[in-house]
Write a protein that binds this ligand. Structure first.
Ligand code: HEM
Length: 421
């Protein structure tokens, strides 16, 4: 990457040579982002037609003002006609909480928060422990596995699936489509027409599968006790359905997407960081109460959501830069969580840091992650169970974590290869 910062013809500040989608920058964007924070905290990415916001205070400002920084243009999928005509109501994520502004967001969020309280998350701990033990039973005789696949990816989808009434035999396929949706969002410019067509066809099937789950539940409401049922049954003050079918489909699809790869990536990163330095692993073996801090520091140090997408509703000034109305933004929460002004020695993974929970990995403001209590419980229980069952776990040298390329999230495709005695 060039070390000079150049103004563009349009006069926008550009960080020369920084393309967040190259494999190198997907894996390690931190040197470029640190330089941006120092020299050009809000800069333009011409290839993506997006502004990148890197400083903690500026990212917080964006997340605190949804009336200026809208979430509704979040999904920007330039599907070819062959795909678009199969999605007459648009993409499922068009109707998700995360892509909706108030007042619709306020109404939809009120109906969903009930299923995601810290108390409900804590109540799931025993079931998650059973699940974790069953997964470990399935591979413990093998002595060497890629934990990213057999464990970290499996726990979250098997926890979130039942909450939304997803049949267990469909969970893995839905997970893959959800990952591909996240790769497509804001990323399609970097894909060939064939790739967009192939991934787009998967999105058509994703839409159909989630619609079928919702339709089936609508016909068979009796006896079911999950979030999907309460979303379908919710009524407004006049007794009419509170949510449209598309909104229910969008909320289900988005929760599968938002609730699975994020926790899978965080667990993969956390286990790797603990095993990279044996004293860290020993510390959590000796005192499992240290696991939550290790998880928070992982979220800060290398969180699974790189940046949050927003669009300005009017001209505004951010970090000294004038942004026009309609400017598309990447509020870079990963960069913000390495801001030295908030986290001294930010490039050091420090399990004893006193303020890791100040990270922005779960967002801030009205869109703050609804699944944070659940994610924290499942990650803690899964890592605790793994450490108890396989204390001699160690990394097999020569492997590195591999990712799908996305500007927004960081889905892991593998590379946490471990062995044990
Ligand atoms: C380590 C795990 C997780 C991380 C790092 C994470 C991160 C985030 C972030 C950054 C946002 C804010 C998006 C924005 O402002 O545009 C968000 C929102 C959301 N997350 Fe999570 N998430 C995680 C796990 C989960 C889980 C387990 C669920 C379960 C359903 C979930 C469901 C949601 C939903 C529905 C929203 C949208 C909330 C809204 O727009 O009001 N997430 N998440």
């Amino acid at each position: 990457m060039s070390t000079t910062s150049e103004p563009t013809a349009k006069g926008c500040p550009v960080l020369a040579g920084f393309d967040p989608l190259t494999p190198e920058n997907v894996r390690n964007p931190f040197p470029a982002l640190a330089r941006a924070q120092r020299e050009m905290p809000v800069f333009f990415l011409p290839e993506l037609d997006r502004w990148c916001v890197t400083r903690y205070d500026d990212v917080e400002e964006v997340l605190a003002h949804p009336e200026v920084y809208s979430s509704s243009d979040f999904v920007d999928l330039p599907f070819p006609p062959a795909i678009a005509e199969q999605l007459p109501s648009g993409h499922p994520l068009d109707y998700a909480l995360v892509t909706t502004d108030p007042p619709a967001h306020t109404r939809m969020r009120r109906l969903s928060v009930k299923a995601f309280t810290p108390r409900q998350a804590a109540a799931q701990a025993d079931a998650i422990r059973l699940l974790a033990n069953a997964l470990i039973d399935g591979f413990i005789e093998e002595r060497q596995v890629d934990l990213a696949h057999v464990y970290c990816a499996e726990v979250p989808i098997r926890v979130i699936g039942p909450i939304f009434g997803v049949p267990s035999d469909e969970a893995a396929t839905l997970y893959r489509w959800a990952m591909e949706a996240l790769v497509l969002v804001g990323n399609a410019q970097h894909l060939s027409q064939e790739q967009v067509l192939e991934l787009g066809q998967g999105q058509v099937e994703f839409d159909r599968a989630v619609r079928a789950i919702v339709a089936d539940r609508r016909e068979n409401l009796r006896g079911a006790d999950d979030l999907l049922t309460s979303l379908i049954s919710a009524e407004d003050d006049e007794g009419a359905p509170a949510l449209s079918d598309s909104e229910i489909v969008g909320m289900t699809a988005a929760a599968i997407a938002a609730g699975s790869d994020t926790a899978a990536t965080t667990m993969t990163h956390c286990i790797r960081l603990l095993l990279e330095d044996r004293s860290r692993w020993q510390e959590i073996l000796d005192d499992p109460a240290r696991i939550p801090n290790a998880i928070e520091e992982t979220l800060r140090f290398n969180g699974p959501a790189r940046s949050l997408l927003r669009t300005t509703t009017r001209e505004t000034t951010l970090g000294g830069v004038i942004l026009p109305k309609g400017a598309k933004l990447l509020a870079h929460i990963t960069a913000a969580s390495r801001d030295e002004s908030v986290f001294p020695h930010a490039d050091v993974f420090d399990m004893h840091r006193t303020n890791p929970r100040q990270h922005l990995a779960f967002g801030r403001g009205i869109h703050f992650c609804i699944g944070a209590p659940l994610a924290r419980t499942e990650m803690r229980v899964a890592i605790e169970t793994l450490a108890q069952r396989i204390p001699t776990l160690r990394l097999v040298p020569g492997h590195q974590i591999e990712y799908m390329s996305s500007i927004q999230v960081l889905p892991v495709t593998g590379g946490l290869v471990v062995e044990w005695d």
